[in-house]
Design a protein around this ligand. Structure first.
Ligand code: SF4
Length: 348
């Protein structure tokens, strides 16, 4: 189940029935204010709803303040070890703070952070990843996914004991199955929104496949309220992939291009035409399914769920809407006619 509780990151609601939000993280030097702001704008333009920025020491604070002031999306401060940095990042404009109470140290320090978060009315993200499973759980007989989830629950308990429930939980593993089971386990135990992701997923293709499988399994089970797809390299890629995944799974508005795998019956250049359709419809925030099918024998029937489609014939193509052929066109005007139909639907 999607979380029962909703928290606000800036103006953005996370959890409940709200749209699943896309997050990413800057990889510029936080001290380089200009470069970091530029990257945040690029991430926001690509579709990021929330961006996380590492605030390493108090030295980063003036730059972080400037970054928050100029950002088009809410900024999450990512803090390790120093409670003072967490507090100052909240005062500098963070819309959420990510801490690991375990590495912040003494409980009075965590208490101080919570006090300021309450005062500024911002949520705190806590959690665990496969590298930070608590010894007491790791050495017990419980399965690893449960040890991971229980480690996160212990962090949650610290917050709850301080009377703080404006929480987002994140549990991440680089093992997709462990990740799935741990998130499922925790979603059944607490009402807080879950930030999901596969950690250290690797370079582009591997990260894309692993994250799609791992996060897809969670989302299709209604688990996950905000997500990050981790890809080594330019973070804009993370956002584009996340957006695509949410669209293809039906959680976000967007165009879906259906194309048949082609076979001996194929009469048109399916891959080439489908790529063109993708270009024509790029960036449209409208639910639209467009099919490009190789033959008229099976095409219209197989893709009858599409809003519009084209199927190859011996002499050109047949344009179909909701599975019914509305026009047949010769090869020389096939592409243009199909584009006109799509433009009409796009603008209609
Ligand atoms: S739609 Fe036609 S061409 Fe495409 S895979 Fe099916 S039978 Fe083959």
């Amino acid at each position: 189940m999607f979380s029962k509780k909703v928290v606000y990151v800036g103006e953005i609601p996370v959890g409940g029935n709200n749209p699943i939000t896309i997050q990413s993280m800057t990889n510029t030097d936080t001290l380089d204010t200009e470069k970091t702001i530029k990257q945040i704008i690029n991430l926001s333009n690509a579709g990021a709803d929330i961006v996380r920025v590492s605030v390493r020491t108090l030295e980063d604070i003036p730059s972080f303040k400037e970054i928050c002031k100029n950002s088009t999306v809410p900024i999450v401060s990512d803090i390790h070890f120093d409670y003072k940095v967490a507090i100052e990042s909240i005062k500098a404009g963070a819309a959420k703070v990510r801490i690991n109470p375990g590495n912040i140290g003494e409980s009075w320090k965590v208490k101080e952070v919570v006090k300021v978060a309450k005062e500024y009315n911002i949520p705190i993200r806590v959690g665990a990843n496969s590298g930070s499973i608590k010894k007491e759980f790791e050495n017990s007989n419980m399965p690893r996914y449960q040890a991971l989830a229980e480690s996160a629950l212990q962090e949650v308990k610290i917050m709850e004991d301080l009377g703080f429930e404006d929480i987002v939980i994140s549990i991440k593993s680089s093992d997709a199955k462990e990740n799935f089971l741990a998130n499922k386990y925790i979603s059944e135990k607490v009402p807080y929104p879950l930030h999901i992701g596969i950690t250290e997923a690797g370079i582009y293709e591997d990260a894309l496949i692993l994250s799609s499988a791992g996060l897809g399994a969670l989302l299709l089970n209604n688990i996950g309220d905000t997500l990050r797809i981790s890809i080594a390299g330019d973070p804009v890629q993370e956002v584009l992939v996340a957006k695509k995944l949410l669209t293809l799974l039906g959680f976000k508005k967007g165009t879906r291009i259906v194309a048949c795998p082609t076979c001996a019956r194929t009469e048109i250049k399916v891959e080439e035409l489908a790529s063109k359709v993708k270009e024509w419809t790029n960036g449209i925030e409208k639910d639209l399914t467009i099919a490009v099918m190789g033959c008229v024998v099976n095409g219209p029937g197989e893709a009858k769920h599409a809003d519009i489609g084209i199927a190859g014939t011996k002499t050109g193509g047949a344009i179909f809407i909701n599975g019914k052929i509305v026009k047949t066109v010769p090869e020389n005007i096939l592409e243009n006619t199909f584009k006109e139909y799509i433009d009409d639907i796009k603008n209609g």
